[in-house]
Ligand binder design. Structure first.
Ligand SMILES: Nc1ncnc2c1ncn2[C@@H]1O[C@H](COP(=O)(O)OP(=O)(O)O)[C@@H](O)[C@H]1O
Ligand code: SF4
Ligand SMILES: [Mg+2]
Length: 350
């Protein structure tokens, strides 16, 4: 499939992007095999907006954002471009990349228990992060740490400051991780499956917090999930990835009103019900994504696609077929109604 490098984002065309990613490729070499994990990914991230990157496990979501952060192992080769406020990130030296990572882009991961130090109070860990980014004294840093705990709406922040990670619930620990990520006042906050391990209620609270932060601080948020339902509820724009490629992209309202790509449709039908934990989703899509070390002929979704026809043996290009709506499919899903499981809310302004 050919991914056209531009135009890269759907909704809000004309606004200056904060981060512009173009034709990003990530290839790992392992035991002489080439694993093509991201293939020509392009998108824009706008200030104060939340972009959701959605797809099944192994579709290249984490690899894509790790490439932006310079967090891939040496076995990865990255090509393409990612420009953050005029500065090219692809090819930066490790030292410069560490500065960008510390100050401009921050990341929150799925498992706060593993990311936090169990032997240090959460306050001490936030103070450490604050002092990495600002040359201020301990007392001032401690005040800033309490402010950050307030910002992430952790109840009783002065008390929590002195507690250790094991004394906090999973949701509270994730709030602490977000506080640490915000210590540098980043322009872009990346949340990679940051709510996946949480129960449904806590998941919603953390998502509300991210929406609230992007509005209050103007921070752009890239939210990565396998759960299209979360994107429907919280994101401003949605990028759907399959087999290392972007296969559909639009503003949230447009996407859920007019899903076109059969893969996105299948993800929608796999949205977990309230009674089902989110990580049990996706089992309803038959088959498996292709092996990224194998060469793919034609549309990568073809072996699993109910709408596949002969033409699908030629790769469809990702194109803007409808205003602000790009997809790569020869036989798009007709009609305009999203399944009733999804009720996208109105796109909010920061
Ligand atoms: N360090 C690595 N070495 C080799 N292959 C990798 C490495 N990291 C990820 N991959 C491969 O890249 C593909 C995409 O991975 P990833 O971005 O983690 O998927 P997702 O986040 O969408 O679940 C997977 O097939 C995975 O096996
Ligand atoms: S209809 Fe064809 S091009 Fe579209 S997703 Fe299915 S296999 Fe791919
Ligand atoms: Mg991942």
């Amino acid at each position: 499939m050919t991914i056209t490098p531009e135009p890269a984002h759907a909704a809000g065309a004309g606004e200056q992007p904060l981060l512009a990613v173009r034709d990003l490729h990530v290839t790992f070499t392992r035991s002489g095999r080439r694993i093509r994990a991201a293939k020509g990914v392009s998108f824009d991230v706008r200030p104060g907006k939340m972009l959701a990157i959605i797809g099944e496990s192994g579709s290249g979501k984490s690899v894509t954002v790790r490439a932006l952060m310079g967090l891939l192992p040496p076995s990865a080769s990255v090509t393409g471009s990612a420009v953050l406020e005029g500065r090219e990130l692809v090819g930066l030296s490790d030292r410069r990349m560490r500065m960008v990572r510390g100050q401009e882009i921050s990341m929150v991961f799925q498992d706060p228990a593993r990311s936090l130090n169990p032997t240090m109070s959460v306050g001490a860990q936030i103070v450490e992060s604050v002092r990495t980014h600002r040359s201020i004294g301990r007392r001032q840093a401690a005040e800033r740490a309490v402010e950050l705990l307030q910002l992430v709406r952790l109840p009783a922040p002065e008390k929590r400051f002195h507690q250790y990670p094991h004394q906090l619930s999973g949701g509270m620990r994730q709030r602490v991780m977000i506080a640490i990520a915000l210590a540098s006042d980043p322009k872009v906050l990346i949340a990679d499956e940051a709510t996946t391990a949480l129960d449904v209620t806590t998941q919603a609270q953390i998502m509300e917090l991210l929406v609230d932060l992007r509005a209050r601080l103007g921070t752009a948020v890239i939210m990565i999930s396998h759960d299209l339902g979360l994107a429907a509820s919280y994101a401003d724009e949605v990028l759907v990835m399959y087999a290392g490629q972007v296969v559909e992209q639009a503003g949230t309202t447009e996407l859920f009103a007019n899903v076109r790509m059969p893969y996105t449709r299948a993800l929608l039908e796999a949205i977990p019900q309230v009674s089902r934990p989110s990580h049990s989703a996706l089992t309803v899509i038959g088959g498996h994504p292709p092996d990224p070390s194998q060469r793919i002929e034609g549309c990568p979704f073809r072996p699993r696609c109910p709408r596949a026809t002969d033409i699908c043996s030629t790769a469809p290009a990702l194109e803007e077929h409808e205003p602000g709506h790009r997809y790569a499919c020869w036989n798009p899903v007709p009609g305009s109604a999203a399944p009733s499981a999804v009720e996208p809310r109105e796109e909010t302004q920061p």
